[in-house]
Design a binder for this molecule. Structure first.
Ligand SMILES: Cc1cc2nc3c(=O)[nH]c(=O)nc-3n(C[C@H](O)[C@H](O)[C@H](O)COP(=O)(O)O)c2cc1C
Length: 197
């Protein structure tokens, strides 16, 4: 069974270091039998979560579309910067909206429950955004995801890539490869789509 893995970068910035990590991850996963979907949050703009909007107009279509995409996956790799040692609003707001999707085509769903989740980050700083991953880990666990212990933080990320965007920091590369390997192995054994396709 080929594991199905989605990748979501937590930054839409055009020169985003985390998007470079996501691109590198795509290249690593292309050497496995996983089928990989790159979900770009720029394609799913959402308003800031507002309970009145939810009860008045319902859940925005983009949140439902993302939830539908996630329900097709065994695993999700979140690759995100940290803002003030926590989760950047783009990613947290998206997670919050998607967590409110409870039905797809009339069928009850919990988009993050049982999803194998891997965490990675990049920062120009020396901790590579690892503090933000602790915050993200708590959130994803609360939503019922199986969060991998293995994670990857690319420190000093402004110097970790060559001019073509390839990850040239050996330590970071090994760490990212270990995360991808773990993600493929665990999502294969905990597949939540194996019996639904
Ligand atoms: C509001 C804000 C808060 C930030 N807080 C942190 C932080 O706590 N730790 C850190 O290492 N970098 C922090 N940074 C710097 C980001 O790591 C850096 O801008 C990074 O390049 C953003 O990720 P991106 O390149 O993928 O967009 C912060 C940046 C912003 C805009």
């Amino acid at each position: 069974m080929n594991p199905k893995i989605a990748i979501i970068p937590g930054s839409n910035r055009s020169a985003s270091l985390n998007r470079l990590v996501a691109n590198e991850t795509m290249r690593i996963l292309a050497r496995t039998d996983a089928s990989v979907a790159f979900l770009d949050l720029a394609d799913y703009p959402l308003p800031i979560y507002d309970g009145d909007e939810e009860s008045g107009q319902g859940i925005p279509e983009n949140a439902s579309l993302l939830a539908r995409q996630l329900m097709r996956q065994d695993a999700l790799l979140l690759i995100s910067p940290e803002y003030n040692r926590s989760i950047p609003p783009l990613l947290k707001n998206t997670i919050d909206w998607v967590s409110r999707v409870r039905k797809i085509d009339g069928r009850p769903v919990q988009p993050f429950k049982g999803l194998v989740v891997g965490l990675a980050s990049a920062s120009p700083g020396r901790f590579g955004g690892s503090n933000g991953l602790e915050a993200l880990r708590l959130v994803m666990r609360a939503l019922g995801s199986e969060v991998l212990t293995t994670q990857c933080s690319v420190a000093n990320a402004s110097d970790a890539f060559d001019a073509k965007g390839a990850l040239i920091d050996d330590h970071a590369r090994l760490s990212l490869e270990a995360l991808c390997e773990s993600l493929v192995d665990v999502s294969r054994s905990l597949s939540r789509t194996a019996y639904t396709d």
